[in-house]
Ligand binder design. Sequence first.
Ligand SMILES: Nc1ncnc2c1ncn2[C@@H]1O[C@H](COP(=O)(O)OP(=O)(O)OP(=O)(O)O)[C@@H](O)[C@H]1O
Ligand SMILES: [Mg+2]
Ligand SMILES: [Zn+2]
Length: 455
Amino acid sequence: MARVKEYFICTECGSMSGTWYGRCTSCGSWNSLEKHVDVKTNIKSSVGKNVYTGKNQPLSISNIKILNEERKTTGIKELDRVLGGGIVSGSVILIGGHPGIGKSTLLLQICRDISSENKILYISGEENGSQIKIRSRRLGVDGENVFVVSETDINVIEGIIEDISPDLIIIDSIQTMNISTISSFSGSVTQVRESTNILTSIAKKNNICIIIVGHVNKDGGIAGPKVLEHLVDVVLHFEGDKSSLYRIIRGIKNRYGSTDEVGIFQMTNGGLIEVENPSKILLEGIPQNVSGSSVSCIMEGVRPILVEIQALVTKTSFGTPRRDTSGFDYNRMSLLIAIIEKRGGFFLGNLDVYLNIVGGIKINDPVCDLAVVLSIISSLKNFCIPSTTMVIGEVGLSGEIRTVNNIRNRIKEAINIGFDRCIIPNISDFDKSEFDIKIHPVDNIKSAIYILNSI
Ligand SMILES: Nc1ncnc2c1ncn2[C@@H]1O[C@H](COP(=O)(O)OP(=O)(O)OP(=O)(O)O)[C@@H](O)[C@H]1O
Ligand SMILES: [Mg+2]
Ligand SMILES: [Zn+2]
């Protein structure tokens, strides 16, 4: 007996509920529940009905043959790195990112780089052929092997795929796709989930790679519930903002590789270019012999990147001093200022403090605490921190410098860039002679300032 089941799904977290609420009971988002109708056979009537015919027998794992383990390069080294060496055939990759970040650009560049050996089908629900052609011309994409179609009906797309039998399919974007037999609008959870389901089964059945573009919601997660991320093999996030020099591609999930790697790009007129040495570009134009600037080292995945941290401390012209930061957490800065006053003995009560991380980089790693502290004190006391000194260390509430992870990799990066000095936390099992650079381990902010005054 068929029955119609009506329920609600939260578009933010994917939880289901039998009744509508203004606010999701699981994740607390407002007005995120969306109505769904399923026609289902009564479960009771299907219990105990064995339809197994003996086909599709379970095999012992040692007898299973690997069908195709080959990886296809995307032609973009930084992207291959994130994917763990290239696209595994038959896999489905979901790539999410804010509007205008460069998703379509990246995908067209893949078309450019691998179309000589692969037949590519580019399906766009957002732009028509001519708009895609304009972008392709700018990026230098040309080729008999790249087929473009502007289509949103998944069942039509199924037919096109059968017709063309491509090696790689690009879907831009999943939120514009729809299945005509489902009544909800494009971009709704049901449409997005069912469209992805169909595409995934096409990929697995025909051993075709599919790259799907997904829009992100205001928090940066892929729009539509987590269930979408479960359906695909790889989830990549394209990050960065307009003010930043960089675009970063980060692996969130990868069934065929680690998620530690990131790919770093720069957006230019001619498209995205790979950045092999981000530290070098970020430190370009670092001021010499100017107070208030120091260099620290963050990790993007497994890659260390040197960043410049600038502080400006001036006399306030208002009743209450102004504190402002860009690229660094405001509350963390306030805390560090309190530590500077209480543990360092410097007075900042009637002074404005501005903090800036150069290059639009956002830091959410306590490893830069000490560099922030030293930049502020350097601006306050008007002394310079040499621009070839790297400063790392987390600052605790009593002014002590605490250890951070990956110290060795960070020091190696400083050496690669040609730095001559590092100020690091004082850790017990550390052999300074391992590195060809001057290393000053420090216990607290006072000893760090002492070191700076003595060099
Ligand atoms: N003529 C141009 N010259 C230089 N850069 C351009 C030009 N046109 C676009 N861009 C860059 O490309 C970016 C848009 O890239 P793209 O269309 O690939 O983004 P997207 O992630 O696909 O966006 P959407 O989510 O809207 O589809 C712009 O933000 C801009 O930085
Ligand atoms: Mg686009
Ligand atoms: Zn929710």
